[in-house]
Design a protein around this ligand. Structure first.
Ligand code: FEO
Length: 169
């Protein structure tokens, strides 16, 4: 049985992951409406990954005998000034998620819950990749700015991304 403090932190993380999906979908819609379908695709795949991250925690809580709880999901900002702004926000958001995940890892260690620590380690490792990808794209968009000649090749590249379920059953 998992301790209440840890179950609460994991439930909060389900909400954070689902909020991330909302956030990336609003960003995807913004890019789509500008005509950048590849960038919209990349952000849409990101949203699907976030849903998978949240749902994986939901299953874990059930496995540990705790009740998943469903909290209000905050409405994200829906209007952006530029693609560059979007990717600056992606990076800032992923850094925040890393802090949340690290706090859960700290809590699992403090509670001596090695199973929960092992579980959350996947998210710790995932955040290294999430932040690296976000940093790379934030840098690229800051260099490109609004130059369509350079945006279109990047759009084509980001259109190649495909969703792979990180937790296939
Ligand atoms: Fe599930 Fe982008 O953190």
């Amino acid at each position: 049985m998992i301790k209440d403090s840890l179950a609460k932190a994991l439930n909060d993380q389900i909400n954070a992951e689902y909020y991330s999906a909302y956030l990336y979908l609003t960003m995807s819609a913004y890019a789509d409406r500008l005509g950048y379908k590849g960038i919209a695709n990349w952000l849409g795949v990101q949203a699907k990954e976030e849903l998978a991250h949240g749902t994986h925690i939901y299953h874990y809580l059930l496995e540990r005998g705790a009740a998943p709880s469903f909290q209000d999901i905050k409405a994200p900002q829906v209007s952006y000034g530029s693609l560059q702004e979007i990717f600056e926000k992606v990076l800032a958001h992923e850094r925040k998620v890393t802090e949340l995940v690290n706090r859960i890892a700290d809590l699992a260690l403090n509670e001596k819950d090695h199973a929960a620590y092992h579980f959350i380690r996947w998210y710790v490792d995932e955040q290294v990749e999430e932040e690296a990808d976000a940093e790379d794209l934030a840098l690229k968009f800051s260099r490109i700015g609004n130059n369509p000649g350079q945006l279109y090749p990047l759009d084509a590249q980001l259109g190649m991304r495909r969703f792979t379920d990180p937790f296939p059953v």
